[in-house]
Ligand binder design. Structure first.
Ligand code: ACO
Length: 358
């Protein structure tokens, strides 16, 4: 038995492949580096979904998402008052529950379009601001930033966010994607599967790490405190957020893509230099202390820097991750549904036996 299912192959997929030894992420036949920064979120979503745009027509996907964002907006307006007291990711969970599998909009389009509408509305609501209605003519990244801020973002910021959304769009059978596929295998439908995926993403061992990465940088504060702070954290048995991965034994390729993106945003210049120093020290200390297990930088470390430079509050980082990853979850749900068999593994019973049978 493999605790944590490390070596278990639980699905066949044509969507993405994580090569943990080579530090390579392949998305439908393309290396991540060929897509991120070069193809739009819509283009890569159409690559994953195929059914909607047989010819890889990103414009068809863009139009469909734009119209579906407009359709999702009233749900955000209706449910916002009920989100009082919830964290942003909990509020997002609530709003997704307002979507229906009976909607005339195809499920994968509906959930992918709704995500930025809901996250923008939730982010503004926590600052006491009214939600901004979507603009169906814009691409997801541009409209998401506009709905967040109430005004258009710069081309550099839009490009940075678009690159981020593509970078996190899909990643093999990670915990949230597996969860979404399990729920899809019961024929529960797209919306329920995606909500389940979000619930798995919420945890700090998965998509909840980038906020704590910034907390760590803040707590360290100055270059001379880097090494003592990291040593102390490990002495206390803590994990360094943004490091380590279940599959990668070398550097997560997404970390380099996002480090480059962060460097294009002037707002992050000093922070990136400091983060770079923290990263180098952390890798050195982890290599000294965890000799049996190569621990490298993962996607969340530079995710934190990119999203901070885009002026997003750290409590919203996990929901923003979902704005990108939802297209991958949806693609996996479609793939699961197309060749479905209920996912139902066995467990080994280690509890007491009834007296009669013992
Ligand atoms: N800091 C310190 N030690 C670590 C870290 C870390 N970030 N990650 C793993 N280790 C250590 C463990 O303590 C353990 O050491 P031990 O053998 O001395 O007890 C050893 O490495 C193996 O740990 P496992 O828990 O078996 O590794 P696993 O494959 O389950 O962990 C995980 C993967 C959860 C990502 C882990 O590396 C971690 O907790 N990282 C920090 C949180 C984080 O950055 N999450 C984002 C991941 S990316 C994503 O999901 C989008």
């Amino acid at each position: 038995m493999s605790v944590g299912l490390d070596d278990v192959v639980a699905a066949e997929t044509a969507l993405s492949h994580v090569d943990g030894e080579a530090g390579r992420l392949i998305i439908r036949g393309f290396d991540l580096e060929e897509l991120a920064g070069h193809q739009s979120f819509e283009a890569v979503a159409s690559l994953l979904w195929r059914d909607l745009a047989a010819a890889g027509d990103a414009m068809a996907v863009r139009r469909a998402l734009g119209a579906a964002r407009v359709a999702a907006f009233p749900i955000a307006e209706r449910l916002l008052p009920m989100s009082a007291g919830l964290s942003p990711v909990e509020a997002l969970r609530l709003m997704l529950s307002g979507l229906s599998d009976a909607s005339p909009v195809p499920g994968h389009v509906l959930v992918t379009a709704a995500m930025p509408v809901f996250v923008a509305a939730i982010t503004r609501h926590r600052d006491g601001l009214a939600p901004v209605a979507p603009d169906a003519t814009l691409a997801q990244a541009a409209d998401f930033l506009r709905m967040l801020r109430g005004q258009a973002a710069s081309p550099a910021e839009i490009h940075a966010l678009d690159t981020y959304l593509v970078t996190v769009i899909d990643h093999g059978l990670n915990a949230s994607t597996f969860t979404a596929r399990v729920v899809a295998s019961t024929r529960a439908g797209m919306v329920s599967s995606v909500i389940a995926g979000l619930c798995a993403l919420k945890g700090p061992l998965h998509g909840g790490a980038p906020g704590p990465v910034l907390d760590m940088l803040d707590e360290i504060g100055t270059p001379e405190r880097i090494r003592p702070w990291l040593e102390q954290a490990l002495d206390n048995g803590e994990r360094l957020m943004g490091f380590g991965h279940r599959v990668y034994r070398v550097r997560d390729p997404r970390a380099d893509v996002l480090k480059h993106v962060a460097a294009t945003l002037r707002a992050g210049a000093n922070r990136i230099q400091f983060a770079d120093e923290v990263e180098r020290a952390a890798l050195a200390i982890l290599a000294e202390r965890k000799r049996s297990r190569p621990l490298q930088t993962n996607v969340e470390f530079y995710t934190a820097l990119v999203l901070e430079a885009l002026a997003l509050p750290r409590e919203t980082f996990t929901p923003v991750f979902a704005v990108g990853r939802v297209a991958g979850w949806a693609a996996h749900v479609l793939e699961q549904e197309a060749a479905n068999r209920l996912i139902r593994p066995q467990s080994r019973y280690v509890g007491p036996l009834p007296k009669r049978a013992a």
